[in-house]
Design a protein around this ligand. Structure first.
Ligand code: G6P
Length: 617
């Protein structure tokens, strides 16, 4: 969703701003803009559409060593130039960019209009710009404290906001000076030599500096080319924790692939190796996690687990439910984070709550974890982005180490999440009834997984052929049972997200209770049916679809030669134990949606209306 960049230093700001905005494109946006502070003016340029249109409009950028940039994903008001950021406050004395949502903007706006402020956009963000201008007009300068008036005005303004914000603010009358502030919407500061970078995540900063500060909620950073300090919104300076920034900029290049999504699909064997590195312990036949921050006694006492997340992460939670209940025999319940945050279900003592999230920024997941934490439950995160809001807000957790995921449709995060959940199932299982032998066998299964995925990826050419055949479908059914039911949901989601074809995932047996009415010659059904407990049952479901004239595609085990006699098309996948099958069987489904989207001319990495990090409710 919306992205922020800012620069203060001695170089021309525009180069970093445009490059940084390009690196934030993956979050999803529909308009963009930059502000560059020149001598005694601030040049603001905005444009609807891609960053390239903004760069074209900017032409030769104005010189200036201080500036802001923004990508906007419309919430209040349509995607127009007027609604794009940066927004201007007062008569141009304040310019800012904002991520997040201000819930009480209308009442603030009414008050500002009464005071004579003119609004040019329909956004909630412009309210903040005028509010800071109003703060400035009420705040006298203080001798010997050149920044104080500006800091006070911002503190006064943000104290009135209800909602979430990540803000970067510059002032016409204070060149070389910027304030950044955060509540509920992430903001990081890249600490360079004689230059500082502000961004909504680390990706624009990677390669520019290797030192980063993750601002916490209610913090405010004051930046000039000579240094920076961090304050609490209501009190004085706070100690800054400068952390190393590991990702280098090379990691976010496409490495010769046509799209990030395809690159990330092919990165899955390595992502799985990284998720498992150092976490499998042969001696005790268990998994090892360094960041759970709970004693073995506390973990042994866990009587129930709640897994929560959104989108693809919710699907991996479903896989985790099957794994943990089967291998560790602990009851698990899976909740949509958006429901959990308001549903107020009874949660027993000794319940552990895991938030599963690639970005670590999903607003609903963060709120659900905060709500359960407030009630006194332990909250842990299974998260990819180091230092993200959810990683910071939870009591502990497990990082995926999958590397940056740029394609909006999640791929390697899903398989890495499933892998971490399998290791957690092993860990909890070994704390309880699971034998040393079973633990050892699971470790072997997990170790084989990256090579199995490498083999699964060789189906690519066959999947492309199937994609050509079905690219014009308008409805597709995805059906699977047990561990492959969540895979069916994930396959359907992938197709919807990037090729805009309506698709539904169902437990195969449920098909008879509704979806079978959709079956006709133009509605393909994809059966995810590697060999396993329910193979014969799924085969019968497939016959039922065939009998009604529906084309069927089978995702089947490589030794299943019989299936070719029934299915119209078959994509073979390598053998894997049932609990790991979702990680294998999702590969052809990811590739299928990728190829269909490419064949239909869709924007694979930046599908319409979607955002990578959903930072609003
Ligand atoms: C968005 C993305 C999905 C993702 C979901 C949850 O909708 O487009 O790909 O699965 O958010 O995101 P998270 O970062 O919490 O896993």
């Amino acid at each position: 969703m919306c992205g922020i960049v800012g620069y203060v230093g001695s170089e021309d700001a525009a180069e970093f701003l445009i490059d940084g905005l390009r690196r934030l494109e993956y979050r999803g946006y529909d308009s963009a803009g930059v502000a560059i502070v020149c001598e005694d003016d601030i040049a603001v340029t905005r444009s609807v559409g891609r960053i390239q249109s903004l760069a074209d409009r900017l032409g030769t950028p104005p010189p200036g060593t201080l500036g802001l940039g923004h990508t906007r994903w419309a919430t209040h008001g349509p995607a127009t130039e007027e609604n794009a950021h940066p927004h201007i406050g007062g008569d141009g004395e304040v310019v800012l960019v904002h991520n997040g949502v201000i819930e009480n903007y209308q009442i603030l706006k009414d008050g500002l209009i009464e005071k004579g402020y003119h609004f040019k956009s329909a956004t909630d963000s412009e309210v903040i710009a005028h509010l800071v201008a109003e703060g400035l007009s009420n705040t006298p300068a203080i001798e010997d404290q050149p920044h104080a008036r500006y800091v006070t005005a911002v503190q006064w303004a943000i104290a009135q906001l209800r909602g979430t914000y990540g803000l970067a603010i510059v002032f016409r009358d204070k060149p070389g000076f910027m304030i950044a502030a955060r509540f509920g919407s992430p903001l990081v500061i890249g600490v360079g030599r004689g230059e500082y970078f502000v961004a909504s995540d680390a990706s624009p900063i990677a390669g520019r500096t290797d030192r980063i500060v993750y601002l916490a909620d209610h913090q405010l950073a004051v930046l000039t080319a000579d240094g920076f300090s961090v304050l609490h919104r209501d009190s004085g300076k706070v100690r800054v924790n400068i952390q190393p920034l590991e990702a280098d900029s090379g990691e976010v290049s496409m490495n010769g692939y046509d799209h990030y999504m395809l690159k990330e699909i092919y990165e899955q064997p390595d992502a799985l190796r990284n998720a498992m590195r150092g976490r499998l312990n042969d001696q005790d036949a268990t998994a090892v996690f360094g960041g759970l921050n709970l004693t073995p006694q506390q973990l042994r006492g866990v009587e129930r687990i709640i897994l929560t997340g959104c989108g693809t992460s919710w699907h991996s939670a479903l896989v985790g439910e099957y794994m943990i209940e089967e291998l560790a025999r602990i009851p698990v319940c899976v909740e949509y984070a958006s429901e959990l945050r308001y549903r107020n279900p009874p949660i027993e003592n000794n319940t552990l709550v895991f938030g599963i999230t690639q970005s670590g920024e999903t607003a609903d997941t963060l709120a659900a974890l905060n709500e359960t934490k407030r009630k006194g439950h332990r909250t842990l995160a299974i998260c990819n982005v180091v230092g993200s809001s959810i990683a910071q807000a939870s009591d502990g957790g497990v990082y995926l180490h999958a590397g940056p995921e740029i394609g909006v449709a999640s791929t390697k995060a899903f398989t890495s999440q499933c892998c971490v959940l399998a290791m957690l199932a092993l860990y909890f299982g070994r704390m309880r009834h699971m034998s040393f032998e079973t633990g050892g066998r699971i470790i072997e299964d997990l170790r084989r997984l990256p090579a199995t995925i490498e083999q699964a990826l060789t189906c690519d050419a066959e999947v492309r052929r199937v994609a050509e055949k079905y690219q014009s479908a308008t409805n597709v059914l995805y059906l699977g049972r047990r561990y492959n039911f969540p895979t069916a949901l994930e396959g359907a989601l992938k197709l919807k997200e990037i090729s805009y074809i309506h698709a539904e995932g169902y437990p195969a047996a449920e098909m008879k209770h509704g979806p079978i009415a959709l079956v006709d010659a133009d509605t393909p059904s994809i059966f995810i049916m590697p060999r396993g407990t329910t193979y014969d049952k799924v085969l019968s479901n497939m016959e039922e679809v065939k009998a009604r004239g529906g084309p069927v595609i089978a995702i089947a085990s490589s030794d299943d030669t019989e299936i070719r006699k029934i299915a119209d098309d078959v994509i073979m996948i390598p053998e894997a134990p049932e609990f790991l099958q979702p990680i294998v069987s999702v590969i052809p489904l990811q590739l299928l949606s990728y190829h269909i989207a490419v064949l239909r001319g869709c924007d694979v990495d930046k599908p319409r209306n979607l955002a990578k990090s959903v930072t609003v409710e």
